[in-house]
Design a protein around this ligand. Sequence first.
Ligand code: ADP
Length: 454
Amino acid sequence: MTTVPPSEPLLQLALRVEQDIFLVRQRGREVATAVGLEHQDQVRVATALSEVARDLLRGVGGADVTFDVDLDVVAGRYVLRVDLSPARPLPDGRYEPESGAVARLVDMLGVVRDGDDTVVRMSRRVPANARALTPKRLAELRAELAGSAPGTALDELATQNAQLIAALDEVRSQRDELEVLNSELQETNRGVMALYNQLTEELEETNRGVVALYAELDEKSAQLRAASESKSRFLANVSHELRAPVTAIIGLSRLLADTASDPLTAEQARQVGLVRDSASDLLALVNELLDLAKAESGRIEPNWTEVDLRALFGQLRGTLRALATKPDVELVVEEPEFPATVRSDEVLLAQVLRNLLHNGLKFTERGEVRLRAERRDGGWSLSVTDTGVGVPAELHERIFEEFYQVPGTTRVGGTGLGLPYARRLVTLLGGTLELASEPGRGSTFTILLPGEGA
Ligand code: ADP
């Protein structure tokens, strides 16, 4: 902090007798007013001064009081400074106000060295919006303060009283404000509680709804499960019951056509042939239905072994050659790379692959049907690719539904049960069966079998 170049202080007073305390207080307030402190600050400075003055009068027999203004160049602010040089040295060179609260009334209160002497100094910042305290203005203030005659102790008492009343008023209005605030707060609290209660109720209501919904959902799934079980049971029973009579029809028609029996007319032989063919189709359907019902009811237990894909592929190559009768279609069964073992059920896996290869051959007029095995993520990908008619994208899932056949493909025969059954079996074996296909370009059915620990 830099001091304004040494000039005469604003005001100087001597504090020697009890009455001077009033004087110091009164003049302190006047100086504070003159330099531009706000009303509250004027009272604060005056009060602090009178307290310190009383302490010093009692402790060290009085002081010389100097009022001045400093300019804090860094902050660009003026500071009102009051120095009280004690009449006798302060005990231990220290000063503690009697009332601890005094220090809070000003920005700074403490003992500072002034050359060889020790002074008690207090200061308070002048607000930034106060009038500039130029040297000219300070000279004016000095003249004003020198000219104004100090009032009597009684005058000061009256002023002090007025200030006290004003302070009391202030306290009362603040208390009133506080009461208003308090009641508003209570009101708000009540509002918040009401809102909270409403929200809690709504939440409980929603919860109850969700619980009810879940119960309904559970019930529906149970019904669905029951329906699915009865369907499987029905399929199993019907197909089982049908198998014996259909087998009998096939046997009887074979007997009728046998040359050892009475000879038939050509027409009769043709008709018996039709009966036998229809019965054979029916038996195939019944067998497939029975398989599917068994797979769905979970009655198929895979027989887990280490399946050698090379051996399995070799076996398929042999058995399916008989089916690959179209001159323009080649059946290619690739040789899996060595070693090619997968933990699975050999019979079920062969059944699925045979089914897919058979379909490929059925729906392909030109090109090839290819079976390939590749390692994938520690497991195996087995794919059957054909260059046949293909399946439109929107039917990729439908063809895995029971009895579904793509319109226009029915003339090649079949039941629409092969793919749903194949997918069931692959699922039982822990894998997935997916189709990628485009009409006119062919189809690829891919079985993904996860590796151990997957
Ligand atoms: P099915 O072959 O006995 O009709 P599937 O369940 O095996 O029954 O197949 C269902 C339908 O899916 C078939 O009718 C056919 O329309 C279609 N499909 C199956 N495989 C192929 C394929 N490789 N190429 C074209 N369409 C196919």
